[in-house]
Design a protein around this ligand. Structure first.
Ligand code: ADP
Length: 259
């Protein structure tokens, strides 16, 4: 952080967006994108105007998770019309360049694309823009926190020690960047056998709650390992858009965010 010049604050904040909330994680694969899409859908179901920006350059999964993969139109060649899915205004960095190009992007290209996502996309009036960050603590997180002065960040982790270890680094980064941590979300907290009802804690138990307490931030939700959540994400209709029990958990999370 120290070596980077302080960019102009607010330079990348879209004009009509009231709140920007970033969803980060220390590690990949802990469910950050799943939580981002479901939180966005749950907030939209609660009547809020919601945008979802997929800034996960290493694995942009929102087009698939939200079921919208077509390239966004740019009729004037200057601004981009975002997609809409499940009541959410959607844009993904993955839709900007052919997939195989993402691997060879250099820092300045990335920053250019991120800036474009925020300032050239016609987000319109939004109550909240959820930003699905790449995992870890790299340039995208740094630029976004400094230039778009986001309102707060949520950190997603599984209860596993290795995930928590990296989650702590993400929390520390947001602290250094003076981005308020809104809370932690424990994903894949438990698994209930659909046959016998036995509950097992595959990735451990209680670690994220203990971490939240230690940091003095709320534990916003504990979400189970759930086959329907995975199937829904893969199928392009987030579980929060359904009537499953997990959709209720996301509705409660959305309620907490609104309050
Ligand atoms: P990340 O964004 O942290 O890399 P993803 O949201 O892409 O993680 O999730 C990784 C994989 O795990 C996806 O296939 C997703 O469907 C699945 N997954 C995420 N959360 C859950 C959950 N609570 N139950 C079951 N599968 C999940």
């Amino acid at each position: 952080v120290g070596g980077h010049p302080k960019p102009q604050e607010g330079a990348m904040r879209p004009a009509g967006v009231k709140h920007i909330i970033a969803v980060g994680s220390g590690k990949g694969g802990v469910g950050k994108s799943t939580v981002s899409s479901n939180l966005a859908v749950a907030l939209a179901r609660a009547g809020r105007k919601v945008g979802l920006l997929d800034a996960d350059i290493y694995g942009p999964s929102q087009p698939r998770m939200m079921g919208q993969t077509k390239r966004p139109a740019s009729p004037d060649g200057k601004t981009i019309i975002p997609l809409t899915a499940h009541g959410v205004t959607l844009m993904s960095i993955g839709l900007m360049l052919p997939e195989e190009k993402a691997l060879i992007w250099r820092g300045p290209m990335l920053m250019g694309a991120l800036q474009q996502m925020l300032t050239q996309v016609q987000w319109g009036e939004l109550d909240v823009l959820i930003v699905d960050l790449p995992p870890g603590t790299g340039d995208v997180q740094l630029t976004l926190c400094q230039k778009s002065d986001i309102n707060g960040a949520i950190v997603v982790s599984t209860p596993q020690d290795v995930a928590l270890l990296d989650a702590r680094k993400a929390i520390d980064m947001f602290g250094t960047l003076k981005t308020p941590i809104l809370g932690l979300i424990e994903n894949m907290s438990s698994f209930t056998c659909p046959n016998c009802g036995h509950e097992s804690h595959i990735f451990g138990h209680g670690g994220v709650a203990a971490e939240a307490q230690k940091m003095g931030v709320p534990l916003l939700a504990s979400l189970p390992i759930d086959l329907d959540t995975r199937l829904a994400g893969d199928g392009g209709t987030p579980i929060a858009a359904t009537n499953s029990p997990v959709a209720m958990a996301y509705a409660q999370l959305a309620d907490r965010m609104i309050k």
